[in-house]
Design a protein around this ligand. Structure first.
Ligand code: PSV
Ligand code: MN
Length: 430
């Protein structure tokens, strides 16, 4: 396709690195073989891994203080899909799109589904937005949305979510994600229990509108935009609400939505055990929020999270059917590069988690052998699986070096000419 990175360029760039890759791959295959691990099985797993890309993530993000738009930013959802296509063209694990409404709402008559499928993409999860007021909106969400004290505001927020589901139905989406900014800035401002009751009452209406086969993911966040209390502050309340709503409601864990040092892998295990984990927003953070690229700060934590996910996958834990998505805000990087490298980091952690010698790990746990248990995890985490990841991409028709090929393609430079700056795109500050 003329609008993307050309097949010839990918083939040419891959050609230059293929001999070295084959050598490294064979070497790693022999090393793993001595431990009874079949490298081909791991490569197949790497090829089968999927993570969805957020439509809002291909635009430059920002903070509450500033946003510095990058050159050639996408100006509408079609241009965003072009960028998502480049990401998947090179990394081959990101055909799914998570769509934000109204940021990326299709106009009447827009042929978005066909446009996406021509590019090998599909719509995965819908995302509502009742954390901002829109220009044409009648009532304000300043003091909450689905849990607002005023029934007409709740009704407006419910209707927005129902509209998201309708749009999603037409686009072939399979789930709806609800994150609300409801909360309080001062002690006493919000009646904690009543707010949850009102939220649940609203969510029940949204739940009732879910088409067959759909799931609704509810996302918790410790703080922000409210800085004293948020409605769904942690996994406990998320679990409670998901359970109250029914089997189609599941919890979504966004890595950046926890206090620093919280043991997120344990939260993941708890939700798996309670059969309520489904949605996942990957990113990383140093202090707070969800603004950094996956695996950039705490790669060991990412590995430990995948260790829980893979263990559940191998055990075929009932009800475990995770929906992996990225949710990041790119403030100083080219979003395409950040999303590609993040997707690769997830596949890395996923493959490494599959390297864990689970027999030894479980025996060590039974024997209370803490040193051997940690060593078993570390053996997997420190393994350099880069040749597996590159081979998987190559076999799937992607790039050995996604960022290298992307830079060589001049895509961003071309887009900077085709898409003159318009004061920033769609999502704005995320
Ligand atoms: C909130 O911080 C969040 O993680 C939710 O998933 C939103 O939909 C997304 O970020 C938007 O920026
Ligand atoms: Mn999120």
């Amino acid at each position: 396709m003329g609008f993307t990175v050309s097949d010839e360029l990918v083939a040419e760039q891959n050609g230059a690195g293929l001999a070295a890759l084959e050598e490294d791959y064979a070497h790693l295959g022999r090393q793993l073989g001595r431990r009874g691990i079949d490298i081909e099985r791991l490569t197949e797993r790497a090829m089968a891994f999927r993570v969805s890309v957020p439509s809002w993530g291909v635009g430059t993000g920002g903070t509450r203080f500033a946003r510095f738009p990058g050159p050639g930013e996408p100006r509408n959802i079609f241009e965003k899909l072009d960028d998502c296509h480049v990401i998947n063209r090179l990394v081959r694990v990101t055909p799914g799109i998570s769509l934000h409404i109204p940021w990326d709402k299709p106009e009447k008559g827009d042929e978005l589904k066909g446009y996406a499928s021509e590019r090998g993409l599909f719509f995965d999860s819908m995302n509502s937005n009742t954390f901002q007021d829109q220009p044409d909106q009648e009532l304000s969400y300043k003091f909450g949305s689905l849990s607002h004290t005023d029934p007409p505001v709740r009704k407006q927020a419910i209707e927005h979510n129902l509209e998201c589901i309708e749009i999603g139905k037409a686009l072939g989406a399979r789930s709806h994600t609800v994150w609300v900014g409801d909360g309080g800035n001062f002690p006493g401002q919000v009646h904690f229990r009543r707010a949850v009751d009102r939220y649940l009452e609203s969510l029940r209406e949204i739940y009732a509108a879910l088409p067959d086969g759909w799931r609704v993911f509810i996302e918790h966040k410790l703080y922000e935009p409210a800085f004293y209390s948020t409605l769904l502050n942690d996994w406990g309340i998320s679990y409670y609400c998901a359970r109250e709503l029914g089997p189609k409601a599941l919890s979504l864990v966004d890595l950046g939505h926890h206090a620093p040092n919280v043991n997120i892998e344990m939260i993941v295990a708890r939700l798996i055990q309670m059969e309520k984990l489904a949605g996942f927003h990957f990113n990383d953070s140093k202090y707070g929020d969800d603004d950094l690229d996956a695996g950039s700060i705490k790669p060991f934590q990412l590995f430990l999270v995948f260790n829980e996910l893979v263990e559940a996958e191998i055990e075929e834990v009932p009800g475990f059917d995770p929906a992996y998505m990225l949710d990041q805000s790119h403030n100083v990087t080219d979003p395409i590069e950040s999303l590609m490298t993040s997707a690769v980091e997830l596949v890395r952690a996923y493959v490494q988690a599959h390297l864990v010698d689970r027999v030894t790990l479980h025996e060590s746990q039974e024997a209370n052998d803490a040193v051997m248990a940690l060593q078993t995890l570390k053996q997997a985490f420190t393994a350099d699986v880069a040749p597996i990841l590159a081979m998987a991409r190559h076999r799937a028709g992607g790039a050995l070096d996604p960022v290298g090929v992307y830079r060589a393609s001049g895509y961003r430079k071309r887009k900077a000419e085709e898409r003159p700056a318009q004061g920033g795109s769609g999502s704005g500050i995320v």
